[in-house]
Design a protein. Structure first.
Lengths: 122, 123
């Protein structure tokens, strides 16, 4: 499958899961996965899901502006996303950048090995 | 050496080279390196250095705000995620940017950039 198509499909799935069913993000990570969220480092499915479900907002909507991807060597794909995050009740969305390193699993799908998220302040 | 310290040292070296000796960036990439700069894809050290040298500004200064890094897998690679601002000569306001590097170790004990993705962060 074309890496760009794959990256787009993954990003769509990731943020749809985040926005509708955040606890289900666990299926996209594995034991060795790493998340750095605004400088806070977490490792492993449980810790990562706990971090994401404990963020100080119940609802949110990600709107993706750009998606760039490149093969990372050894079959992985690097995906670099920029977009905005709308929180309910907030007048202005937050801008963010996020990078994912995806590795393939035998069933033909991918999981997130590396995930780094940063808000882009004005 | 502490990975965060290595990442920070690399990033500072990269932007110092960019800002004071842009042609010298060719030494930080190799034949298989990839750059995506504002959506434009380039491959290989020579082509990448040519792309960066041809950007529509002679002088610039990168100011780094954040550096995050994680190991990328068993091959000893390191992912580095940078945000900061880019001041161009004559421009009143700096441009905000985010950039990710995938660094791979060299036999000499240094790193080269295998993957490089750059995006401006518009307001």
């Amino acid at each position: 499958m074309n890496p760009d198509t794959l990256a787009m499909a993954f990003v769509g799935l990731y943020y749809e899961t985040f926005d509708k069913s955040r606890a289900d993000l666990g299926s996209l990570y594995r034991q060795g996965s790493m998340l750095t969220f605004e400088g806070v480092k977490k490792k492993g499915v449980e810790a990562i899901v706990a971090k994401l479900t404990s963020l100080p907002f119940q609802q949110c909507q990600h709107n993706v502006s750009t998606i760039d991807c490149q093969p990372s060597g050894a079959g992985g794909i690097l995906v670099f996303v920029s977009g905005s995050l709308q929180l309910p009740g907030e007048q202005y969305p937050l801008k963010f950048s996020e990078m994912f390193h995806l590795l393939g699993i035998p069933q033909g799908s991918f999981y997130v090995l590396n995930d780094i998220f940063r808000l882009n302040y004005a | 050496m502490d990975p965060d310290a290595v990442a920070k040292a690399f990033v500072e070296h990269y932007y110092r080279t960019f800002d004071s000796n842009r042609a010298g960036l060719v030494n930080l990439y190799q034949e298989g390196s990839m750059l995506t700069f504002e959506g434009a894809k380039t491959q290989g050290a020579q082509a990448i250095a040519a792309k960066l040298a041809s950007l529509p500004f002679q002088q610039c200064m990168h100011n780094i705000s954040t550096v995050d890094c994680q190991p990328s897998g068993p091959a000893g690679g390191m992912l580095v995620f940078v945000s900061g601002s880019l001041q161009l000569a004559g421009e009143q306001h700096p441009l905000k940017f985010s950039q990710m590097f995938h660094l791979m170790p060299t036999p000499q004990g240094s790193f080269f950039v295998l993957n490089d993705i750059f995006r401006l962060n518009y307001a």
